[in-house]
Design a protein around this ligand. Structure first.
Ligand code: RET
Length: 275
């Protein structure tokens, strides 16, 4: 889909933000793989899953980027060929800009993000299982219900699907903020602190998605709405995947140091004296 025409700065904004997201995903993917050895084995699965999320996203950003550059061509309407502001980019016939890649990406990465959140807390097996059985189906439902509204052109259809998708979204927040707190009550205080950090980052970044989705409903129209949506989704993706992955790594390291005195000594204490 996409809009029919973008001006020079609108085109550049989308182009650059997609490129930034692709670079961030690739770099975080490599980082999370390289640091595997710097946490105890029991926390490595969370890091592997987080790296997978970044790789899946990098692939999709590559596809989104190509879809974008393939669907808009530059037309110079001015007399001076060098004048950038006379340049417009028009949507060419063909497949068009494919918004679906984002939803395919989320369908895979959102359940994985929830999995890594639960995994790094190292809760008892039964608690882990019961949380995931609630969170994962709800996250799939949230994405599937959001898609028809994303591709809809009128605001009423968008609103209806958006509202339906918000129900599982609120349920996920309820499970993370209420049920998970109850389940983690008997855990060491550090788990409680980690959990708090993770879910506030999660709420702050996940909240950007429905806001970006609703941009056309705020009266922003046409190309501006398109550009803001791409910027919103891409920035939110970088925070929800890369920054979140780095926080998972930080927590995994702290927990490793708490769990094992040898690890703490080798990884934390030995570092300054080895200089
Ligand atoms: C939609 C539709 C409108 C209502 C809501 C939505 C929520 C989307 C979210 C997406 C999160 C994606 C993540 C991706 C990172 O990998 C589908 C936009 C509530 C919360 C975290």
């Amino acid at each position: 889909m996409g809009v029919l025409e973008l001006d020079y700065s609108q085109y550049q904004t989308v182009y650059n933000v997609l490129s930034l997201a692709l670079a961030s995903m690739l770099a975080t993917f490599i980082f999370l793989l390289v640091v595997q050895g710097r946490v105890l084995p029991r926390y490595r699965q969370a890091l592997v899953v987080s790296a997978m999320v970044c790789l899946i996203a990098a692939y999709h950003y590559y596809r989104i980027f190509n879809s974008f550059t393939g669907s808009y061509v530059a037309v110079d309407e001015g007399t001076a060929a060098a004048a950038m502001d006379s340049m417009t980019y028009v949507l060419v016939n063909g497949e068009g800009f494919n918004e679906g890649y984002r939803y395919v990406d989320w369908l895979l990465t959102v359940p994985l993000l929830l999995f890594e959140t639960i995994a790094v807390l190292a809760l008892p097996r039964a608690v882990r299982k019961s949380m995931l059985l609630k969170l994962i189906p709800a996250s799939v439902l949230m994405i599937v219900l959001g898609y028809p509204g994303e591709i809809a052109v009128d605001n009423v259809t968008k609103g209806v699907w958006g509202a339906l998708s918000t129900i599982p979204f609120l349920y996920i927040l309820y499970v993370l903020f209420v049920e998970l707190s109850r389940a983690a009550k008997d855990q060491p205080t550090q788990v409680g602190k980690d959990l708090n950090g993770l879910r506030w980052l999660l709420l702050a970044t996940w909240g950007v998605y429905p806001i970006s989705y609703m941009i056309p409903m705020f009266g922003i129209e046409g190309a501006d709405a398109f550009v803001w949506r791409q910027v919103g989704y891409s920035v939110a993706d970088v925070l929800a995947k890369c920054l979140f992955g780095l926080l998972i790594y930080k927590i995994a390291r702290e927990k490793s140091a708490d769990d094992s005195a040898t690890f703490a000594e080798e990884e934390l204490e030995a570092a300054p004296s080895s200089k």
